[in-house]
Design a protein around this ligand. Structure first.
Ligand code: GTP
Ligand code: MG
Length: 388
């Protein structure tokens, strides 16, 4: 704000001059009349005090005006650019935090939230970006750290770890290779009797995927296969398994007690592989799980137990399921299903790393027999990165 004094012999002229020079918004503070000369030559002189807005204050008023000059618009654009530049790092940090979501910041009990950069302060560059991406896919932060570190070298300039490759898939595959065990394709031979039992919670895809495997073994590997269902409790379950067996033209047995199962398995020793479909149980149903253990018997040299689990499960739930099942059965491998139904398949990495159980297959859809793949490190990396 500035005060300007005008002096002259016509008050109207002085006001007009002030308005001409400083715009309509000039504010008159006061005026003084000074008598000059002595009669008869006496005349009035005026002293006018006005308040004018300084350029900064007038700026916002100018902006509010409808007809702005091109110059002002250009000036505004420049200011916007300058502001954008200034807040760019802040914007980046905010976006990353939003993308990373809940897994990204840790709140220790009774303490303050640990920011992402602080949690992963030993990493920089691509390594940090890959960790961020993995967490976005629901990979546990500790698991992400463990895996990424496997593909890092020490950046002397930054004094931090960074990826030693510029390809995320390569880096992740390398970490997965080192941290997760893969069963590979089923190693089955003609004449070498094997039993494979599929266990897991209800609805995860045990029956459907058992028959995908059966199709591969019968049609491509030309093995002699028989199937047994101990899923006698669920309505329609036996029919579902029987009709799959009929299509493949393989023998099918429905069994509900351990004595019968042992006898049937003995009678089937002339087959190459016997696949056992089990009833889906809640992992909280200890009584039913105990009953299933009773039927299947303890571990045996010729029996593998595959735990089927859906990629839809929450990480903590999946870990609890595996831990409960493994108190009843020694689990040889984890078979993941329904990868097609999730965009956050972190469970693929979290579960094998946290339980140290090898992985075998992945089901990628409902179609029998084609929607199944053998898991390997590169394929797993692709699923995590959303490349397939
Ligand atoms: N989208 C999708 N659906 C699947 C996949 N695998 C199985 N399903 C479907 O999941 C549903 C349940 O599959 P089932 O094979 O009956 O599951 P289950 O584990 O035998 O179930 P219970 O016998 O009740 O324990 C079926 O509709 C399958 O077609 C998969 O990879 N993706
Ligand atoms: Mg079933």
């Amino acid at each position: 704000m500035e005060i300007i004094k005008y002096e002259g012999y016509s008050l109207e002229d002085l006001i007009a001059q002030a308005k001409r020079e400083h715009g309509k918004n000039v504010r008159i503070i006061s005026y003084e009349v000074i008598d000059e000369g002595i009669p008869p030559f006496k005349r009035k002189r005026y002293s006018l005090l006005v308040q004018v807005a300084t350029p900064e204050e007038g700026f916002f008023e100018l902006l509010a005006k409808e007809e702005r000059s091109e110059e002002i618009d250009r000036f505004l654009e420049r200011i916007e650019e300058m502001i954008d530049k200034k807040i760019a790092p802040l914007k980046d940090a905010l976006t990353q935090r939003c993308e990373v979501g809940l897994g990204e910041a840790v709140v220790p009990p009774g303490g303050e939230e640990i920011p992402f950069e602080e949690q992963f302060k030993e990493f920089t560059g691509d390594a940090l970006d890959l960790i961020r991406l993995l967490i976005k896919k629901d990979v546990d932060p500790k698991v992400a750290k463990e895996l990424v570190k496997e593909s890092c070298g020490f950046d002397i300039d930054a004094n931090k770890f960074d990826l030693n490759t510029s390809f995320f898939r390569e880096a992740l595959t390398n970490g997965i290779e080192k941290k997760i065990k893969f069963k590979g394709p089923l190693k089955l031979q003609k004449g070498a009797f094997r039993v494979i039992a599929f266990v897991g919670p209800t609805g995860v895809g045990k029956t459907t995927n058992l028959f995908k495997i059966a199709s591969e073994l019968v049609l491509n590997q030309k093995l002699r296969i028989a199937t047994i269902s101990i899923d006698t409790f669920k309505v329609g379950a036996i029919q579902q398994a029987r009709s799959f067996s009929n299509i493949l033209n393989i023998p099918f047995f429905a069994i509900s007690d351990s004595k019968n199962l042992k006898k049937t398995i003995q009678n089937l020793q002339g087959y190459d592989v016997v696949l056992i479909d089990t009833v889906g149980r809640s992992h909280y149903d200890y009584w039913r799980l105990g009953e299933m253990k009773e039927i299947l018997g303890g571990s045996s040299d010729f029996m593998d137990v595959i735990l089927v689990i859906s990629c839809n499960y929450k990480n903590s739930e999946a870990i609890e399921i595996v831990n409960r099942y493994r108190t009843f059965f020694p689990i040889d491998s984890i078979f993941f299903t329904k990868i097609d139904e999730t965009h956050k398949p972190g469970i693929l990495l979290n579960l094998p790393i946290k339980t140290d159980i090898p992985v075998s297959f992945i089901s990628i859809g409902q179609k029998v027999p084609e929607d199944i793949r053998v898991l390997n490190p590169e394929r797993m990396a692709k699923y995590i990165l959303g490349e397939i």
